[in-house]
Design a protein around this ligand. Structure first.
Ligand SMILES: Cc1cc2nc3c(=O)[nH]c(=O)nc-3n(C[C@H](O)[C@H](O)[C@H](O)COP(=O)(O)OP(=O)(O)OC[C@H]3O[C@@H](n4cnc5c(N)ncnc54)[C@H](O)[C@@H]3O)c2cc1C
Length: 438
């Protein structure tokens, strides 16, 4: 079949690679001049910063993608484990270095934060082991089919319990609650509107750890782009799709400035709201707002507790926003890169704010790149963080892998329960299963 994939982010590339391997004639259209979407890098003054992801959970998703679309990933690059997934520094000055891949090590880390709190934390995480297995099999790894799904999986997805309620029930310490909800809060969600079952993320972190690539995770995007060439996917960059062609509730192709392109199958791996022809089918979802991002090139090394952690979260006091620090990328000798993600007031002096929270880089910043939420939305043609959670009904309203339009499939952050390479990578696998072999 003639397949057009709209969007060359991780999800679009994952879908294209898998569908090409299944024997379809795949054309991928990407608005930007390069592939990768949020999984990319920015180079300024010899500093290269990861613009979006710097680590990934569930490396099995990436390994499976490479294996099923050709050669294993180990032939392309090495995924390396990150020992400390995240270091949280709280407003009271206490620090928690959260290790990945080990229940015992996480228990020790919480006990060091507050004696006795390790048992409560691992109890919380343990409670997600079984839900994870259910949802993985019936919802994340194969297209949802109520006739095949275990009743417990259906009950989890139907439940009205929110992440906020689940966390409050298990954890007394507000700092532990902040750790449990961090990834959703950082992505701009309110845990009171996020379903409880997304607590499974804490289990996935503990069980499988976080992984990265030396030199920056953007190298993974480059490896996947090469895989598309091997699979003979026809790639057109700098080619924004302006609309999807629909007739009698069936997809017919896409429209670009260069004309119309007919297709039997279209995979929408971007925010579908941007296409006028699809709007009548989209109900009550909206994209998550993007944060502000500041890339800093600094002289000298980062403090070891920052450099040795996949991510650092500097929690603010009452009313102050949280700062998320990452260091994916490369720098000249005796220099380092730091990317700060924040949702606070744009007028805040970020370097002074970092110093006040224990990361003093004053007099060491040699390069600075500021990107507002509007800059980032323009850069990525939408929000790579996907759909805002507004309670369990969001699950019904959000598309993916199928859509109300025959022949139109949805992948990517707007078609998954959350942002991140595991979810978006799995969405490509779900689309490939739904479309099937040529
Ligand atoms: C700051 C930040 C940090 C993150 N950190 C992590 C992390 O550490 N780990 C992790 O796993 N995840 C992380 N994520 C999330 C992850 O990056 C995304 O969920 C994932 O990359 C989304 O992939 P995607 O393909 O769905 O979308 P995108 O990456 O947004 O790709 C969409 C692509 O479609 C193109 N496009 C848009 N409209 C059109 C059009 N009309 N026609 C043609 N092309 C179009 C865009 O140019 C873009 O290339 C982070 C995200 C952000 C923003």
């Amino acid at each position: 079949m003639r397949v057009v994939v709209v969007g060359g982010g991780f999800a679009g590339m994952a879908s294209a690679a898998r569908l090409a391997k299944l024997g379809h004639a795949v054309t991928l259209l990407e608005a930007a001049s390069t592939l990768g979407g949020a999984l990319g890098s920015t180079t300024v003054d010899d500093f290269t910063f990861d613009t979006g992801p710097s680590t990934t959970l569930l490396p099995a998703v990436t390994r499976d993608l490479f294996r099923k679309s050709g050669r294993p990933i180990e032939r392309e690059l090495d995924l390396v484990p990150v020992e400390v997934i995240r270091t949280h520094r709280f407003a009271d000055g206490a620090t928690l270095a959260l290790p990945g891949g080990s229940r015992a090590a996480q228990k020790r880390a919480f006990d060091a934060l507050h004696p006795g709190s390790g048992a409560a934390w691992v109890g919380y995480v343990d409670s997600w082991a079984e839900p994870w297995e259910r949802l993985r099999k019936d919802y994340l790894e194969r297209p949802w089919d109520p006739d095949l799904a275990h009743p417990d999986a259906a009950a989890l997805l139907r439940s009205r319990t929110t992440l906020h309620q689940a966390v409050t029930r298990h954890l007394d310490d507000p700092r532990a609650r902040a750790v449990a909800t961090h990834s959703f809060v950082a992505d701009g969600h309110d845990p009171r509107r996020v379903p409880a079952w997304l607590g499974t993320i804490s289990y996935v972190e503990q069980k499988f750890g976080a992984w990265t690539v030396d030199g920056g995770l953007s190298l993974l995007g480059e490896a996947l782009a090469r895989r598309l060439t091997t699979r003979k996917v026809e790639i057109h960059t700098a080619t924004p799709v302006t609309d999807v062609l629909v007739r009698s509730a069936r997809v017919r192709g896409v429209r670009t400035d260069a004309g119309e392109l007919e297709a039997d199958v279209v995979v929408c791996a971007v925010d579908p709201r941007q296409f006028p022809a699809l709007r009548p089918w989209i109900r009550g979802t909206r994209p998550v707002a993007l944060p502000r991002i500041t890339h800093l090139g600094i002289s000298g090394a980062l403090p070891p507790w920052v450099a040795d952690s996949g991510e650092v979260v500097l929690h603010g006091g009452r009313g102050e926003s949280t700062l998320v620090l990452r260091h994916g990328g490369t720098a000249p000798v005796d220099h380092a890169v730091l990317t700060v993600q924040h949702r606070g007031d744009a007028r805040t002096d970020l370097v002074a704010e970092l110093a006040a929270r224990g990361v003093d880089l004053r007099d060491r910043v040699v390069t600075r790149v500021e990107r507002s939420p509007a800059d980032l939305t323009a850069l990525w043609g939408g929000s790579p963080l996907g759909v805002q959670w507004r309670g369990r009904s969001t699950l019904r309203r959000r598309w993916g892998p199928t859509t109300p339009v025959a022949g139109l499939y949805a992948a990517g952050a707007h078609a998954t329960p959350g942002s991140g390479l595991p979810f978006t990578g799995l969405s490509g696998a779900l689309v490939a299963q739904s479309v099937g072999p040529a």
